[in-house]
Structures are given as structure tokens and as C-alpha cells.
Design a protein around this ligand. Structure first.
Ligand SMILES: Cc1ncc(COP(=O)(O)O)c(C=O)c1O
Length: 482
């Protein structure tokens, strides 16, 4: 029997998804009924007292009382005490099925023992950091190259955000062009130049508080899934310093919240070659989750540079890295003897520390041994099919689709608003955002942790039993809407 290498069993019908999403945002919102919402708030009040007390205290010393953008703060964030496999437990002892999966890195499931054991071994010998070279750096770079051969060389960094900054710097050094083009709505970390057109296409500097105008002066966006829009931008840039790089998430912005047609990446590759721009794949989410060959392997498209994060350290700290063509990556050459004035300067005290490299190396090897991405993908298929059955049974307007272990459940459609319909955007943004918070809280009160109430990452730990239990819980929330 041939082993399936990628988590995506069938690429979604993108035109059909957009048709359904358009229908969803063209109609009034269907929020959780007020009486049911009261039950949700009662759950938090009565069952999450310790989380509430901790959050009240945290608000005195931590801005907003919570430090992760993916943590729900409505009505207040829960404090997590234990994580194991498919589950999380909060400080009051409540158990949740965990579909946030820390934002994506834990394809093996949370706190996976074989990787934890290797990390402990490392802590007992070398400790977490020395500032010098460790063999695990080499092992991880070799592993990345073996699984994704476009990454002839690999430089480990501290986060996806840093890696995007570094890749853009390398692209500018190599091409001597200045402009960078991203898809509208895409998130590529929070560096000055990338906080531009976040979440919603066309919003430009909407989230760029505290960032000087000049910082984003060379950033441009194109309309997601529109090759014509990208080409237009490349032509405009040609007259103004040229394009150093086009950066995209290969499944589309926000892990495919705005999905792209199957041949889209191939067309971007062709345009990059035509305009002398480098193609950067941001595989922070897709790298190893879509399969060990990444989205680049799945689509059969070779980027010049790849951004790694999340899975690159199997959920352990300091998850980032840039891989790619040796002639481009060489501009990062580090060490005291690096070429002053010629290299693309990057750094990081804790970058490429032995702990992160060992964790990533063993996590990815374990994923290979267990076929974790494919198993997690099957769980995603089962979850999406179960949710679709609920939507059909109750004639709900909601939209569900998945690419393997990345499952989208759009009930509000807030991320699909855009500047093409400015009046609708102005009128609908706030209520749909609030509904998203309410949905997230309602899922949580029913024992489900999601990403922003609209996305679920599955893992190898999600057995059929876990998924079926989750589907029943989703049904009770989805049938409590107006
Ligand atoms: C596609 C993508 N790129 C970049 C980043 C930034 O990575 P980090 O949070 O490690 O800085 C993220 C984070 O979620 C992401 O999803």
C-alpha cells in the first residue's frame, strides 16, 4: 500500500467555498441566542473562578492581563494548568479538547512524551544555551534539507516574525530591489514592514499604531487569489525600485482563511521569475503540518526562500528559521568573521540554541516515524465532514472546509469583509467581530478550544472518539444560534 505523504486528502473546491462565503456575509449574522449566551457566561462565572481571579490579578501587572494574541479575552481568558495529547485542563480542573494546538506547532499532540524526554536529556547535558555551535543545529539543517530539498541551506532564528524580517533582508541584499509584496489580509508576523493590510485586505496601516509611515513605505499588497492584482503590483513596482520578494502563505492568507486555487502558487512562481523577484513561502503554519515536504512539496512549487516557525521546534520555544537557495542564504553568514558591510545582518542571543534544535529535530523525526501529519489530516477530514453534516441537517448558513489538519469553520465571515465593499465593512466589522468572540466563548463553555472561534488545528492525538465527541459539542453550540 502506498503511504500518503500529505495531509490533504482532497484539495477543496475553492470557487465553491467563495460562493458559500459570499452568501454568508451577504446575510444578517446568526449569533448565539441571548438565553444560551447567558448560560455561556454563567459557565465562566461559576466554573472558572480561579482563572478569573488569576486574570484579575494579572491585569495589574500584565497589559490586558493576557500575552497571547490567540488567547480569548471574552469574557476573560482561562488559565491553563495542564496539556496532554488532545486535551487541555484549566486552573479550575475543567477539561477541553484542544483545537488551538498552541497556534499550530504540536502536530504530534500536546506535550508529547518522546520529544519531551529528548529535551530533558539535552537539559541534563548541555542545558538550554551556550552561545556556541551544537551538533543539533547541523542535524536539524540536514533534516530540513532532506525533507524539503529547496532549502539547500537553513538558518535558525527565534520566531516566524524574525525569520520574515531576515528573509526580506536577504531578498533585498540579493536582488538589490526594494519593494516587497504580500497578499492582502495575510499575517507574516508583527515586524514594522509587515503590519500592513492585516487580516482584512485593503486595510493598509489600520493596525500600524506606533509604526512610522516610512517603515511600510516599501510594502505592497495584492488582492488574495488574484493573479491579475499581483501582476499589476509587480508592473507598478518595476517603475519604483523593483520587487525584491513576493511573500505568500501557500494555502492563502491566515492558513487559507481566504483559500487560493490549486495552481495559484505555480502562477506566482512564474510571475516572480518574469519580474526578477524572489518567491518567499511563509510555511510557519504549513511547514510539516501539510506534510513533511511542506506546502511546497504538496503544490510542487519551489520557492527561493522558506520561512519556518511553529513545527520547526515541535512546540518548544524559539521557533523560527529561513531556508532556501544557498546563493541567497549565504548573505546571512554569521560569526565574528562575517563580512562587515556585505552581509544581511541578523542575530539573536537564543537563536539556534541546543534545546530548540534538539526539540525540533526529534519532533520532526517522530512525525516522520508516526506519519503524524497524515493522521492529523484524517482527523481534520472527519471533523470537517461532521461539521458539514450539522450545517446541512439544520440548514445553517455556515461554511466549513479543511486542508488536512487545518479546519475552517466560518460562522461570522468577519475575515471575508474587505474594502471592495466599504459600506458593508464599516457596518459589519464590529458586530461580526463580537459574534466571533461569543462563538469562541460558547465553544469554550462546551469544552472546545478553537483559534479565534473560526479555525481548528487537529493533531495526531485526535482519535476518532475525540473528534466524534467534539462534533457533538459543536452541534450543541451551532444549534443555539438565532
Ligand atoms: C503564517 C505566519 N507567519 C508568521 C507568523 C509569525 O510567527 P511568530 O509568531 O513565531 O513570530 C505566524 C504566526 O502565527 C504565521 O501564522
Amino acid at each position: 500500500m502506498e503511504i500518503q505523504q500529505y495531509a490533504i486528502s482532497k484539495y477543496p473546491d475553492v470557487a465553491e467555498i467563495y460562493r458559500k462565503l459570499d452568501a454568508l456575509i451577504s446575510q444578517p449574522i446568526r449569533a448565539v441566542r441571548q438565553d444560551k449566551m447567558q448560560d455561556v457566561l454563567n459557565y465562566f462565572e461559576k466554573k472558572c473562578a480561579r482563572s478569573k481571579a488569576l486574570n484579575d490579578e494579572a491585569k495589574q501587572v500584565i497589559p490586558g492581563g493576557v500575552q497571547h494574541n490567540l488567547a480569548f479575552n471574552y469574557p476573560f481568558p482561562i488559565a491553563v494548568e495542564k496539556a496532554d495529547g488532545a486535551f487541555l485542563w484549566d486552573a479550575d480542573g475543567n477539561r477541553y479538547i484542544d483545537f488551538l494546538q498552541a497556534g499550530g506547532p504540536t502536530v504530534l499532540g500536546s506535550n508529547y512524551k518522546p520529544v519531551r524526554d529528548k529535551v530533558m536529556e539535552m537539559l541534563q547535558t548541555c542545558g538550554p544555551v551556550t552561545g556556541l555551535f551544537h551538533e543539533y543545529e547541523l542535524k536539524l539543517a540536514n533534516l530540513v534539507r532532506r525533507l524539503m530539498p529547496a532549502n539547500e541551506m537553513f538558518r535558525m532564528l527565534g520566531s516566524g516574525t524574525e525569520s520574515v524580517m531576515a528573509a526580506i533582508r536577504a531578498a533585498r541584499t540579493y536582488t538589490r530591489h526594494s519593494k516587497v509584496i504580500k497578499a492582502g489580509g495575510a499575517y507574516h508576523g508583527w515586524s514594522d514592514q509587515m503590519v500592513f493590510g492585516l487580516h482584512i485586505p485593503g486595510t493598509g496601516r489600520l493596525e500600524a499604531r506606533g509604526i512610522p509611515f516610512g517603515a511600510g513605505a516599501n510594502t505592497r499588497e495584492f488582492y488574495p487569489d488574484s493573479i491579475a492584482s499581483l501582476k499589476r503590483q509587480l508592473i507598478l513596482n518595476r517603475l519604483a525600485g523593483g520587487t525584491a520578494a513576493v511573500i505568500v502563505e501557500p494555502l492563502g492568507p491566515e492558513s487559507g482563511t481566504r483559500p487560493v486555487h490549486f495552481d495559484f502558487n505555480k502562477k506566482i512562481r512564474e510571475l516572480c521569475d518574469e519580474f526578477g523577484a524572489l518567491l518567499i513561502f511563509d510555511e510557519v503554519v504549513t511547514g510539516f503540518r501539510v506534510g513533511l515536504g511542506g506546502a511546497q512539496g504538496y503544490f510542487g512549487v519551489k520557492p527561493d526562500l522558506t520561512i519556518f516557525g511553529k513545527c520547526i521546534t515541535g512546540g518548544y520555544p524559539m521557533a523560527g528559521g529561513v531556508g532556501g537557495r544557498a546563493d541567497v542564504i549565504m548573505s546571512f553568514a554569521a560569526g565574528i568573521g562575517g563580512k562587515t558591510g556585505e552581509r544581511a545582518y541578523i542575530g539573536g542571543t537564543l537563536s539556534a540554541n541546543p534545546l530548540s534544535c534538539a526539540a525540533g529535530y526529534h519532533a520532526i523525526l517522530e512525525m516522520e516515524r508516526t506519519n503524524a501529519s497524515v493522521i492529523a489530516g484524517r482527523a481534520g477530514d472527519r471533523l470537517a465532514a461532521g461539521l458539514q453534516a450539522i450545517i446541512d441537517k439544520h440548514a445553517l448558513p455556515f461554511v466549513v472546509y479543511n486542508t488536512g489538519s487545518i479546519v475552517h469553520l466560518e460562522t461570522t465571515g468577519v475575515m471575508l469583509l474587505d474594502f471592495r465593499h466599504p459600506l458593508r465593512l464599516a457596518k459589519e466589522l464590529k458586530p461580526r467581530k463580537h459574534m466571533m468572540e461569543e462563538m469562541g466563548a460558547a465553544y469554550m463553555a462546551n469544552g472546545l478550544v478553537t483559534l479565534a472561534g473560526s479555525r481548528m488545528y487537529t493533531s495526531m492525538a485526535d482519535t476518532e472518539e475525540v473528534i466524534d465527541d467534539a462534533i457533538a459539542r459543536f452541534e450543541s453550540v451551532l444549534t443555539s444560534v438565532d
